[in-house]
Design a protein around this ligand. Structure first.
Ligand code: G
Ligand code: G
Ligand code: MN
Ligand code: NA
Length: 254
């Protein structure tokens, strides 16, 4: 109840903000994509975590308004980056399963991109395994429409859901994002290491890009490179940051 009031207030006062976390491409160490992560500032210095307010927004139905805000503002940011060093970056947004039940979702995303003069390849969407596990034919058609237009599609938190793997065959997916829990446990335990290797193999056998989340140490960075992961994301490289810090981050990397 309290969180719902907070979110309504934040939408009205426009005190939501997108942070961006760079993703490292191991083929040359470059940053060609980033994840957009929502933050809710409510007059306080520390934002309320989406881990708290997204589940509440899903229950109250506010998730559609918040999701639309994220789509619109990701496109605005991409447009603002045109003509700068960030003009070719792709922004990946997190979609809630509720948004996918909206039959206009694909049209709405493609229309918003076109309204801002952006190519669909500049946007990606992330869905968790649990969100895609129950998708019906209509929802698969929407995802196919997005992918055919050039929108990047990732499965987020891969390995933590009710993965049957068979669903991957029916879905238009480009990337797997392996949940950070696998990496963190693999450092400590041989069977978890075996699981991490197996997940990477599954992704590559299906010709998917494999990104490992939650890289926090140089040892973890070395491990995921040795295991043949394509990409990584984590606090070692960069924490999620406001848009205005992204140009400086990229400039400092070269
Ligand atoms: O950024 P942080 O680690 O606090 O995010 C916590 C959770 O909130 C993550 O699971 C992330 O996927 C989710 N999240 C962040 N931003 C969004 C968003 O814009 N939409 C949805 N649906 N989930 C988000
Ligand atoms: O569920 P999803 O993958 O969307 O969640 C992304 C969240 O993971 C972000 O909110 C971000 O703050 C968090 N995150 C990103 N990198 C790291 C990391 O290296 N370590 C930890 N513990 N969390 C991370
Ligand atoms: Mn995510
Ligand atoms: Na994730």
């Amino acid at each position: 109840q309290e969180v719902t009031a907070l979110l309504r207030g934040a939408l009205a006062a426009d005190s939501l903000q997108l942070y961006f976390q760079p993703q490292i491409d191991f083929k040359d160490g470059g940053v060609y994509s980033c994840e957009a992560l929502l933050r809710c500032f409510d007059g306080r210095s520390q934002p309320v975590s989406p881990g708290v307010f997204i589940p509440v927004a899903e229950k109250s139905g506010l998730i559609n308004r918040i999701g639309d805000w994220v789509i619109e503002n990701s496109c605005r940011q991409l447009k603002a980056w045109q003509g700068t060093a960030l003009e070719h970056i792709r922004v990946d947004i997190n979609l809630s399963g509720r948004q996918l039940t909206n039959q206009n979702l694909a049209d709405h995303i493609l229309q918003t991109l076109s309204d801002h003069g952006l190519s669909p390849s500049q946007l990606g969407v992330e869905l968790t395994e649990n969100e895609v596990i129950g998708v019906d034919g209509e929802q698969i058609r929407q995802l196919k429409r997005l992918k055919q237009a050039g929108v990047h599609i990732s499965i987020d938190d891969f390995g933590t859901g009710y993965s049957s793997l068979v669903y991957l065959r029916n879905l238009p997916v480009c990337s797997l994002k392996i949940d950070r829990g696998f990496l963190h446990h693999a450092m400590e335990n041989d069977s978890d290491m075996a699981i991490l290797k197996a997940i990477i193999t599954v992704g590559h056998c299906l010709s998917l890009t494999v990104l490992v989340e939650g890289v926090e140490t140089v040892e973890q960075d070395r491990l995921v490179k040795d295991l043949g992961c394509d990409m990584a994301q984590g606090f070692l490289y960069a924490r999620p940051m406001p848009a205005n810090e992204m140009p400086g981050f990229l400039a400092d990397r070269v």
